[in-house]
Design a protein. Structure first.
Length: 363
């Protein structure tokens, strides 16, 4: 074989051997039993399952030898794997190719060697199954046959090992793909949540928008909160907002809207719902809240807005109404709050009016 082809062939052979991941493995009973059987069937004191791994030969299993590995160049096994056929040397001492064999059997040099190739995937030879003796001798035909049968058993055991590894690799790959899919799913879920959340929010004030309010009507959790007892609605509107826009420009108008949104946000509890309901109109839903408490919230907002640090004065008017699970529908309560807001506007603005004639608070 030309040298470059031989090198490529050796690289492929080594890759196949590596795929069995044997190099760091210790003794295994199945292989130990095979070499023991070789010594019995061949009547030899030593046997090895030798693997040729890069520049060394090492024994996956051995019996009778004094070492567990040797340099590759000093091994007969290397010859066997290159010829890819059984090799029997009846007297090693007479063979000029093997004058420096490091393997010893009970301290004595190897005089007899019989080795048959052990194949891996693609027909590559991974190593040899050997029988060795300290005296020159021959190998009977049926003994060579036994050695070959046992070499094939080694191949099957190696194959089983390879399938086991492959199965584990595929299982790991599946688990990793699953983890990746779960991560992607979680990412998409968060993205979706973000999109839904963004669609629910008014971009200017960060409060819920009107679409979110419509969704709340079909939200069992939100309805359950209203069903839990007396609740209040506050409808709030910026006074003379058109004039603010006209006098200071739309950008300043937006600035005032944002500032009012901040005051609203800061004035309500976690469970309350604050919605930018229209252009300059806000709706607050306060579950489990008495009218007195809602009045306080509305008044806090009114006072907070009046005290805002803007280059122009901004005030709000508010209407407050209380509802009850056993009473009129929330739509009716809303209309009452809206009427109260109208009264607040009529009454001079910058004030809170409680629906149904309950006393209002004047700023
Ligand atoms: N800057 C700004 N203005 C808005 C926005 N949405 C609505 N408006 C303006 O808000 C103003 C509302 O004006 P009106 O409904 O007449 O009410 P008002 O001037 O506040 O008067 P009263 O409610 O009676 O006190 C209109 O000029 C709208 O153009 C917005 O997002 N940004």
């Amino acid at each position: 074989m030309p040298p470059d082809r031989a090198a490529a062939h050796e690289r492929a052979r080594q890759a196949v051997l590596d795929s069995y991941r044997l190099s760091e493995t210790g003794a295994e009973q199945a292989f130990d039993e095979i070499v023991r059987l070789v010594t019995r069937l061949c009547g030899a004191p030593a046997s090895t399952l030798s693997l040729i791994d890069r520049d060394r030969q090492w024994f996956k299993a051995s019996i009778g030898t004094d070492c567990s590995s040797t340099p590759r160049l000093l091994s007969i096994c290397d010859y066997t794997i290159r010829s890819s056929s059984p090799l029997v040397i009846e007297d090693v001492a007479r063979d000029p190719r093997f004058t420096r064999l490091p393997v010893r059997i009970g301290g004595e040099p190897v005089r007899f060697y019989a080795g048959v190739p052990v194949h891996g995937h693609g027909g590559h030879v991974l190593g040899t199954l050997t029988a060795m003796d300290v005296r020159p001798r021959a190998l009977e035909e049926d003994q060579l046959d036994s050695l070959q049968i046992l070499a094939r058993q080694c191949e099957r055991l190696l194959e089983l090992r390879w399938f086991g590894l492959e199965q584990r690799r595929l299982a790991d790959e599946r688990a990793s793909t699953l983890r990746k899919a779960e991560r992607a799913q979680e990412y998409l879920r968060q993205e979706m949540e973000q999109i839904v959340e963004t669609a629910r929010l008014d971009p200017l004030t960060g409060l819920l928008n009107r679409a979110a309010l419509s969704q709340l009507r079909g939200d069992p959790a939100a309805l359950a909160r209203l069903d839990a007892g007396t609740y209040c609605l506050i409808v709030l509107d910026i006074d003379h907002f058109k004039q603010i826009n006209d006098a200071h420009g739309h950008r300043e108008g937006d600035r005032a809207l944002r500032a009012v949104g901040e005051v609203v946000e800061a004035s309500v509890r976690h469970d309350d719902v604050a919605v930018r309901f229209g252009g300059e109109e806000f709706l607050l839903i306060l579950p489990q809240t008495t009218l007195e408490a809602a009045l306080e919230v509305a008044e806090r907002i009114r006072a907070g807005v009046a005290a805002m640090d803007l280059p122009f004065p901004v005030t709000v008017s508010a209407g407050v109404a209380a509802g009850d699970p056993a009473g009129p529908l929330p739509e009716v309560v809303f209309e009452a709050a809206d009427r109260a807001l109208y009264q607040a506007k009529q009454g001079g603005r910058d004030r809170v009016v409680v629906a149904d004639g309950v006393a209002g608070v004047n700023g």
